[in-house]
Design a protein around this ligand. Sequence first.
Ligand SMILES: [Zn+2]
Length: 163
Amino acid sequence: MSLEIKIYPHLALRQHCQPIKDVDQSIIQLAEEMLTIMYQHQGIGLATPQIGKNLRLIVIDVGQGPFLLVNPQIISRSGKSSMIEGCLSLPGVQVKVQRAEKVKIEAINLRRHQRLMQIEATGLLAHALQHEIDHLNGRLIIDYLSWWRHLLIKNKLRKLSKK
Ligand SMILES: [Zn+2]
């Protein structure tokens, strides 16, 4: 099976994903395949809506090794941090996004005995976690743009929708 990354404005990117009830072999396999396709595209994160599936599953690797997370939830956040972010579903688009500087996440970690665990993150990892969890709620980086910045990248977005 080979997964295909959905490009904006694909409707799958706007869905609100359902929690995963059973972590079975098919979920583990899907997560591993997502990680593979993410690496192939030189991404640092990928969420299920980006491959057209309605499940709460994200994969991330910001250079500290992979996280394969089921039903990730932000349980605390603090501080503010701005970073330029890209997205595999918005090729060529970069947006400065302000997020929490530090987050605590609870998730089932598929690479750690499938146990529910807490992950504390700052910097790039914190941004990546928040970016991917946004995807599970149908939210994209362009939603953070002010209306006039949105106007500036309108042509870029229009080109994507014609592809
Ligand atoms: Zn993204």
